[in-house]
Design a protein. Structure first.
Ligand SMILES: Cc1cc2nc3c(=O)[nH]c(=O)nc-3n(C[C@H](O)[C@H](O)[C@H](O)COP(=O)(O)OP(=O)(O)OC[C@H]3O[C@@H](n4cnc5c(N)ncnc54)[C@H](O)[C@@H]3O)c2cc1C
Ligand SMILES: Cc1cc2nc3c(=O)[nH]c(=O)nc-3n(C[C@H](O)[C@H](O)[C@H](O)COP(=O)(O)OP(=O)(O)OC[C@H]3O[C@@H](n4cnc5c(N)ncnc54)[C@H](O)[C@@H]3O)c2cc1C
Lengths: 387, 253
């Protein structure tokens, strides 16, 4: 086993961190305050991110990405994850891997504009009545001649406000399986402006100020057959093939924010004096630091190991779920303790801690709730013994 | 024209420096090390010369411990073409002194025959501010130090120097040694695609002995101490009081 970073990985970390600190941090307070990213700021930061080769660096070289292995990509995600989510997601975008599953024409039409920074993607699966149980979805598509006609509602759809299109997952029939009937799902590209497709403002959300979720309505929305992503009825197969690593992406970005919170806590504990000494001299504070650092390291090791195994082809669902679960729960604990160590100051908007603490909350819910991750991990254990 | 850029591996400027318990120097064990920021500016300037078509090849050199190859890789990832590592020490705490560095660089210049050496004005670890000047003297070349702008036209270079009290513009004959100051440019990030490409660029490894240079220290460090902590400030009630204090107590106006 080998735990050191390669020269390339070290430099990727350096460049990404330097960029995040110099270009993104200075805009955080304003984005948090206004809840909004002005377009000229987006364009300016996109141009800088492109010059540094950071934009869409998750993509393979042949489409203009950096061609990173999974572990290097996760190191890059960790550094981006330090900053306000809206800033890094929008201005240093990583187009969804699922766009690589498209036909050459679909890549040209949807993937390439995302890589060039002309638009963004969004993925619509969740519905008011179907969250963790996605297969329970009601939104549907029926074939009509060579077209498909889409009907239904999706909610919580991130970035739909700025995206030029969505990838909508729709029920397209049912099949019988030994465990009962099962819905067949198909993924469709739907362009903004397609008649019958409406994007409405979503809910106001405690986490990640500056970014929005939306409600998507499909009302007899007609799309041609060439808008199907992958094969008809194979929508979840496409998603499982291309979106598995997004759990690791969530984990890695949480590592970055936890590291930032821990840095603040350590410096503060060393400097802040009460009762005649630095508060870091009190075990009540110093033992918190020890636990925070240990939890962070444990989450890092789970994430790096899963990332490494991803490229070896040996990663399991449980590996990725463990990394996501540990990193998101660790972040909640580290953010909370970092605030505690800062006393009253920790709650104030002058420091990034109250935000990191708020932002941590959604991480245990999206990309599979903590309960669903535990379900995946335990299912793998039990299945191995026929349970 | 070939441009030679010496780059030094130094303690990262963000690191809070700690003095070793025995006072022999600064503790460098497990501390983040980076390229000397002035050398980054020199690498950036060399890349800009290449982009303008004024330079064909950028060769970076680092002298010190083996780990300095990380610094060279960073320079290659920024855009340098080729690297030479001269291993001259085993212990990360050994600092190779300016004269030894200048002699080694002079030997490299003899071999590589660059038209320009672009160096940092000083390294942020020991602040010697001597290597570039010594190198020019050993080579018998012209020198322009503390450059805040550089224009090359034919066999002349026009350099604006940041001197006490203002800017001075001088013209020097090429080949020349230019040492760069903070305001010359803003170094680019080593871009991710270039980082991936840097692995394939040549990095030649040599030793000080290969050049017949003796790097034994000539200087003795007597003592290293932490800077005195800052004293608590005072609040003044009015501008008049401030002026009075600056005049009478601080004696600065
Ligand atoms: C800010 C935000 C942005 C989002 N962005 C997107 C997006 O871009 N695209 C998209 O498609 N979706 C998105 N989502 C949806 C997200 O993936 C879902 O919220 C998540 O899958 C959980 O679904 P739910 O909210 O409907 O909760 P539910 O599934 O209703 O869960 C409620 C509770 O029941 C628990 N539970 C459910 N099933 C089980 C079980 N079998 N065993 C034990 N416990 C269980 C859950 O863990 C949870 O605690 C977003 C959500 C949020 C909050
Ligand atoms: C919203 C808000 C409203 C407030 N309103 C008022 C008000 O109206 N009037 C007023 O007077 N004050 C007010 N306060 C101040 C509040 O009482 C203090 O924030 C609180 O007493 C903690 O002090 P501190 O924030 O300076 O943290 P510190 O005392 O600096 O504590 C920092 C950390 O060190 C720990 N620590 C300190 N000493 C020890 C020790 N000996 N052993 C172990 N751990 C230790 C603390 O538990 C904490 O984790 C308010 C604070 C807030 C956040």
């Amino acid at each position: 086993m080998q735990f050191g970073l390669s020269d390339e990985q070290r430099m990727i970390v350096n460049t990404t961190r330097a960029f995040v600190e110099a270009e993104l941090y200075p805009h955080e307070a304003e984005v948090e305050r206004s809840g909004h990213l002005p377009l000229d700021l987006i364009r300016d930061l996109q141009a800088k991110a492109m010059a540094a080769g950071l934009y869409a660096a998750n993509m393979p070289e042949e489409v203009g990405g950096a061609g990173l292995d999974t572990l290097s990509w996760l190191l890059y995600e960790r550094e981006l994850g330090r900053a306000n989510y809206a800033l890094h997601w929008t201005c240093v975008a990583r187009p969804s891997n699922i766009l690589l599953a498209g036909t050459p024409e679909q890549r040209e039409r949807y993937l390439m504009p995302c890589i060039r920074g002309e638009t963004w993607d969004c993925l619509a699966m969740t519905e008011p009545g179907a969250g963790s149980d996605l297969r329970g979805m009601k939104a549907s598509a029926r074939p009509d001649g060579s077209d498909w006609v889409l009907n239904g509602t999706k909610h919580f759809i991130s970035h739909a406000d700025i995206a030029g299109f969505t990838i909508a997952f729709m029920a397209t029939g049912e099949e019988d399986t030994p465990r009962g009937p099962k819905k067949k799902i198909t993924a469709f590209f739907v362009d903004k402006g397609t008649p019958g497709f409406t994007v409405r403002d979503g809910y106001r959300n405690v986490s990640h100020r500056g970014y929005s979720n939306a409600v998507l309505e499909f009302d007899d929305c007609r799309v041609p057959a060439e808008n199907v992503l992958g094969e008809p009825h194979k929508g979840f197969e496409v998603a499982n093939t291309w979106l598995g690593a997004t759990r690791l992406q969530v984990a890695a970005t949480c590592l970055g924010r936890a590291a930032r919170a821990l840095d603040h806590a350590v410096s503060y504990a060393a400097e802040r004096r009460q009762f005649g000494q630095a508060i870091g001299k009190f075990q009540g504070v110093s033992f918190k630091l020890a636990d925070m650092a240990m939890e962070l390291k444990a989450a890092e090791l789970l994430t790096w190991e899963a990332g490494w195994k991803f490229d070896q082809g040996t990663v399991t669902e449980a590996d990725m779920s463990m990394a996501k679960l540990k990193a998101t729960e660790m972040l909640a604990m580290v953010a909370d303790e970092a605030i505690q160590i800062h006393g009253g100051m920790g709650l104030m908007e002058e420091l990034p801690l109250e935000r990191i603490w708020r932002d941590a909350r959604v991480e245990r819910i999206w990309e599979g709730t903590s309960e669903i991750q535990r379900h995946i991990i335990s299912r793998e254990l039990l299945r191995a013994v026929g349970g | 024209m070939k441009v030679l850029v010496p780059v030094k591996r130094v303690i990262d400027y963000n690191v809070k420096v700690r003095v070793k318990a025995d006072g022999s120097g600064v503790d460098l064990a497990n501390v983040k090390m980076s390229m000397n920021p002035f050398d980054e500016i020199a690498v950036e300037e060399a890349i800009r010369l290449k982009e303008k078509g004024l330079a064909e090849e950028i060769v970076v050199v680092s002298i010190g411990v083996k780990q300095a190859q990380e610094t060279l890789r960073t320079a290659l990832a920024m855009g340098a073409d080729r690297a030479i590592l001269i291993v001259a020490a085993d212990d990360v705490h050994t600092d190779i002194e300016p004269l030894a560095v200048a002699k080694l660089l002079a030997a490299v210049v003899k071999e590589e025959a660059p038209g320009l050496v672009l160096a940092g004005k000083q390294a942020i670890d020991n602040d010697m501010n001597a290597t570039g000047q010594m190198l020019a003297a050993l080579l018998g070349w012209s020198q322009a130090t503390f450059a805040s702008s550089l224009d090359i036209a034919g066999d002349k270079a026009r350099v604006t120097r940041e001197v006490d009290g203002g800017l001075q513009t001088i013209e020097v004959a090429m080949p020349t040694v230019v040492t760069v100051d903070l305001r010359l440019n803003e170094p680019r990030y080593a871009s991710l695609p270039n980082i991936m490409k840097a692995k394939k660029k040549p990095l030649e490894e040599k030793t000080a002995a290969d050049y017949g240079v003796d790097v034994t220290p000539r200087l003795t460090v007597v003592k290293t101490t932490e800077p005195a902590g800052r004293k608590a400030g005072v609040k003044v009630g009015s501008v008049d009081e401030l002026i009075a204090k600056l005049k009478d107590e601080a004696g600065v106006i």
